[in-house]
Design a protein. Structure first.
Length: 185
């Protein structure tokens, strides 16, 4: 029988995680959590808003780094930078995703008149790296720390609620997500 874990480029997944965690992002969830994820998102991405809703039940138990990138529309860059530069970026992110305008296909966070240059530069750098390295060729892209400091996995596209529940349960605690017996002793 074919072993799915044998087909994964685990070194490539670790490199993806390491590069991604160096990017400027927005943190949600408890800083001391043993469960870690990352999410590349465009603030005008309708699927990202849906992914946010799927992740909401886990916000109190999973530390998530949200990495803003901009490619979907002409307002993506300034909206992403405004969220990053907000006095409370996590709250701005929540407002953007919860108030997402499905008909207009735009995030719900209002773009202020003045968006700091540093934030625009950070989102541009995130986007350029994501596209150049193919770490996130589209949004959402999710990264999972399967075993703390040792094993990572990346998925492109939305993860449904049932699959997310399984993934969150295994975060930080498994070397092979296809085998329940691979959990820490």
């Amino acid at each position: 029988m074919d072993d799915p874990a044998s087909r994964v480029d685990w070194a490539g997944m670790a490199a993806f995680w390491k590069r991604s965690m160096k990017l400027r992002g927005i943190h949600t969830g408890p800083a001391d959590s043993s469960k870690h994820m990352l999410v590349y998102f465009d603030p005008n991405c309708p699927t990202c808003a849906k992914q946010w809703e799927v992740l909401r039940p886990y916000m109190g138990q999973v530390r998530i780094q949200w990495i803003p990138i901009a490619y979907m529309s002409k307002t993506s860059l300034r909206r992403a930078a405004a969220i990053l530069a907000a006095s409370d970026p996590a709250r701005a992110l929540a407002e953007n995703e919860q108030d997402y305008d499905v008909d207009g296909k735009v995030g719900g966070y209002a773009i202020p008149q003045d968006v700091p240059d540093w934030a625009i530069a950070a989102v541009r750098a995130n986007t350029e790296q994501a596209m150049r390295t193919k770490d996130s060729p589209g949004t959402p892209t999710l990264g999972f720390e399967l075993y703390n400091g040792k094993r990572y996995f990346r998925m492109f596209g939305m993860v449904d609620a049932r699959s997310m529940a399984v993934a969150v349960e295994q975060l930080g605690d498994t070397m092979d997500p296809w085998k329940r017996s691979s959990r820490k002793p």
